[in-house]
Design a protein around this ligand. Sequence first.
Ligand code: OSB
Ligand code: MG
Length: 369
Amino acid sequence: TNIEAVELRRVAIPLASPFRTSFSTQTERDVLLVRVITDQAEGWAECVAIADPLYSSEFTDGAHRIVADHLLPRLFAADRLNADLVAPLLEPVRGHRMAKAAVETAVLDAQLKAAGVPLSRHLGATATHVDSGVSVSIYDAVPELLDAVAGYLDAGYRRIKLKIEPGWDIEPVAAVRERFGDDVLLQVDANSAYTRSDARHLARLDAFGLLLIEQPLDEEDIAGHAELARVVRTPICLDESVVSAQAAYEAIRTGACTIVNIKPGRVGGYLEARRVHDVCAAAGIPVWAGGMLETGIGRAANLALGGLPNFTLPSDISASDRYFKQDLTEPITMTEDGRIEIPTGPGIGVAPIPEVLAELTVSTEVLKP
Ligand code: OSB
Ligand code: MG
């Protein structure tokens, strides 16, 4: 494959409702889209970096500059490019995994579209659907939270994840259990808002039969998570800390987690994400598909990965209407019983709707070899 041009597009897409976590409140997504045009096809990818460096060190403007100034020149210098060569070519650039993931995914989508092969098949997916869960914002008060959760359960979501932070943890969890009962699959995500000294407090969550506690401590505090796991009975799941298959291996080996959230952007792409899946499978550690409030472009690809056999817990992949009034792609929809079909078309199986894309585009930069 030869790249003829790469389009870097910035899109501003309003969220259907504000999304508050321990690190920020998002009301709009500031998305970097990468479109790779080759001699045979074109491929699309979404960079999952958010506008500010508050989830991890990456952010949209930074990712944009890294892709344009450091990553694409390395790809342009290569001849006979294919997706397997992207990570080795970009390896000298330290970090910037979300930016690298977007570039690799766009090349992979173009390659698979040219070959007529769905990403799910390329990755080795065995399922046709992914169980859909929903990640629920922090609210100002419990009654508002309960209304939101009631709506999601009515819609059919198979699992509820509550965002938590100090001051919004035991009470909302207790209220959801009280109102909706013990059968609801329930978990929490702290986005590293706690410290090692909160172990006793977090152990109070053990009373509520949660599936897992996601990333309670700092991204770099693997040993702290291992310590916490000896005090808290609820399984510890890592998100931010798992930046590679090697990091997953270390976290599992040291007892820092017994469940892993897999986000391809966080680990540098779908090929590394598959290696994370494989490391976890070999260790008997279940995984599930995370999300970063992606548009249909990013979620379609996440669905393909989520069809691999060790994705045994419900995902954070929700239907388009949970995120946006108008998605960039044809809406991704959920069945009444809470499942989302994995796209069957070539590559990621979707593309932006041209008129919607044009309307939401803030800037376009075209780079050529
Ligand atoms: O920690 O999983 C997270 C969204 C943005 C950044 C980080 C996270 C999230 C979510 C939402 O929890 C998952 C989704 O619905 O895409
Ligand atoms: Mg998380």
